[in-house]
Write a protein that binds this ligand. Structure first.
Ligand code: PEP
Ligand code: MN
Length: 337
């Protein structure tokens, strides 16, 4: 349920409401909006007696939350969430561009890429140190050494680091290095990992599972939000269909659909979404036109030599061209890169 506070409610009245909700065995999430403060109440409400909450001092109304996802819902927070992580801003009219290699390979590769993507206008640097690979025989990433190289690239360029965490035990380690924790498509429903990401105060980029519905994506985000971490970005990265001309099918209707239902910003990954470097620019432009708040794009100085995902990876000149097109599209739809 949502407890809507009166416009002039005092801090003491709010604290009193929060304490009452906790006594009912439920969890209060206080959301301070520009127009009103609300308390989203989550937990198993079956036995909770909401009677009495309406009459507490400072309370304007008590309403049910109709969506199955609660804290993520627009019903609870009308204003869009803007995610800020160092140099990277996603949402609020800014299209954040996160670019870099699929995997961190060595110092030269990550630092060269970081400089080049920054020059072209990216505001975040991606690079996998812990790689979840389909085959156990494929390159698994440089792990902690990869995190150290990413930190060096940040020191050289100032770019915020976006990197994947694949297990709950690694969250504290990755959170020490990363500006944004990426939770990959394969782990979207790893609930212990989502809970661990909810316990840190580092923004999260949550990728949609290739076989997950958007409602399941929102419920996965809810685990992180309910844990107390409100800085969550959703990422459409393509789903599995019968279609085989692309690696995945990239459904861009997800972007306006999500915007209508959640305040969380939406990022699109045209690299994994298509699997082909020659399709990335068009789909990045289409994503911006559809209202995406951010892009995450694979870029490598020499894609043919990349340790992973070379076929869908842009080289530096192609990334520059993609940025030029996206900048013009963003301006046409009232946003900027
Ligand atoms: C990646 O970003 O390199 C990656 C593994 O993506 P996904 O989890 O979407 O497959
Ligand atoms: Mn990849």
């Amino acid at each position: 349920m949502i407890i809507v506070m009166q416009a002039g409610a005092s801090e003491a009245e709010l604290e009193h409401v929060v304490a009452r909700v906790e006594r009912l065995g439920l969890r209060p999430h206080v959301i301070v909006g520009t127009e009103r403060t609300v308390v989203a109440v989550v937990g198993d409400e079956r036995d909770a007696v909401s009677r009495g909450l309406e009459t507490l001092p400072g309370v304007a109304a008590v309403l049910p939350i109709l969506a199955p996802y609660k804290v993520a819902s627009r019903e609870v927070q009308a204003e869009p969430t803007v995610v800020r992580a160092g140099s990277l801003t996603v949402g609020g009219g800014r299209v954040g561009v996160i670019a870099g290699p699929c995997s961190v390979e060595d110092r030269e590769q990550i630092v060269t890429t970081a400089r080049a993507v920054k020059e072209a206008g990216a505001t975040g640097l991606r690079g996998g140190a812990f790689k979840p690979r389909t085959s156990p025989y494929s390159f698994q990433g440089l792990k902690e050494q990869g995190l150290e190289l990413l930190a060096e690239a940040r020191a050289e360029t100032g770019l915020a680091i976006v990197t994947e965490v694949v297990s709950p035990e690694d969250v504290p380690l990755v959170a020490r290095f990363a500006d944004v924790l990426q939770i990959g498509a394969r782990n979207m429903q790893n609930y212990r990992l989502l809970e661990a990401a909810g316990r840190v105060q580092v923004p999260v980029l949550l990728k949609r599972g290739p076989a997950a519905t958007v409602e399941e994506l929102l419920l996965a985000a809810e685990y992180i939000l309910d844990g107390g971490n409100r800085q969550v970005m959703l990422c459409e990265r393509g789903i599995r269909t019968f279609e085989s001309h692309t690696r995945f099918t990239l459904p861009l209707a997800t972007v306006p659909w999500l915007h209508a239902r959640t305040h969380l910003p939406v990022v699109v990954d045209p690299s994994h979404g298509t699997g082909h470097a020659n399709l990335v620019e068009s789909m990045a432009a289409a994503a911006v036109a559809a209202g995406a708040d951010g892009l995450i794009v694979e870029v490598h100085p020499d894609p043919k030599a990349a340790a992973s995902d070379g076929g869908q990876t842009l080289d530096v000149p192609a990334f520059g061209r993609m940025m030029d097109v996206c900048r013009r599209i963003a301006a046409a739809v009232g946003r900027h890169l």
